[in-house]
Design a protein around this ligand. Structure first.
Ligand code: PLP
Length: 232
């Protein structure tokens, strides 16, 4: 179908090599790190191609785009919602997504709970934390994480599986190492608390410009768009 030779394989190989090196630096295996291919603005054909090349996890930041592509591609990969989720849109994605990375309010969790219970499902979510404190970013503040999680634990059809953050855009990823380290510390502290129904398994941090630093600081899910699919 696609007559133009694709550079996707080369780009993916390169990303996986870099993931492997960063994982080794932090004493882990490449297979410990899940690469979510971020497909916003990427047409369904290219996503299919990426899946054929081994991508298992796909991330979209907008509900409508996720639903449109899900209708074309289907459930042969794991779909992640990585962008802000409005309460009134939960119903559209609840039966499509494997994980919601952007849980950031109890109102949202309670709507997810309601819809998940209706469908008799358990929905995996990450709590989005605004580590940098930038006003433009969604997410709860680091100090509020423990209390929020204790409340989140009450939702029986939601499994909180970890934390997510988006670091500020910078030229040199070293500038955001402290942000990743900070979230990793919260992750470890929460783990030690052993809150009932909270399973601190995943730390979703790192994008095309900073994923190696994120992995070195403990990320085990990275969200990669442009390094795989090119500029948007
Ligand atoms: C777009 C996006 C990414 C991927 O960004 P790249 O810089 O293209 O890798 C990761 N996470 C979120 C939440 C995004 O919206």
């Amino acid at each position: 179908m696609n007559a133009i030779p694709s550079d996707l394989r080369g780009k993916l190989d390169e990303v996986m090599k870099r993931v492997g090196r960063a994982a080794a630096k932090s004493g882990r295996k490449p297979s410990d790190i899940t690469v979510v291919a971020v497909t916003k603005t990427v047409p369904a054909d290219r996503i299919r191609e990426a899946i054929a090349l081994g991508i298992t996890d796909v991330g979209e930041n907008r509900v409508q785009e996720l639903c449109e592509k899900y209708d074309i591609i289907g459930g042969g990969c794991r779909w992640h919602l990585i962008g802000h989720l409005q309460t009134n849109k939960v119903k559209y994605v609840i039966d499509k997504v494997s994980m919601i990375h952007s849980a950031d309010s109890l109102e949202l969790l309670s709507e997810i709970q309601k819809r998940a219970a209706k469908g008799d499902r358990i929905v995996e979510t990450l709590l989005q934390v605004n580590v940098s404190g930038e006003e433009s970013k969604f997410g709860i503040s680091p100090a509020d994480v423990p209390d929020f999680l204790r409340k989140a634990a009450a939702f029986k059809n939601i499994k909180v599986k970890g934390l997510m953050t988006i670091a500020p855009l910078v030229d040199d990823p070293e500038e955001v190492r402290g942000i990743f380290r900070g979230l990793h510390k919260i992750f470890i502290d929460i783990k030690k608390e052993n809150i009932d129904n909270i399973d601190m398994a995943y730390l979703s941090m790192g994008m095309s410009g900073d994923f190696e630093v994120a992995i070195e600081e403990g990320a085990n899910i990275i969200r990669i768009g442009s390094a795989i699919f090119g500029g948007r």
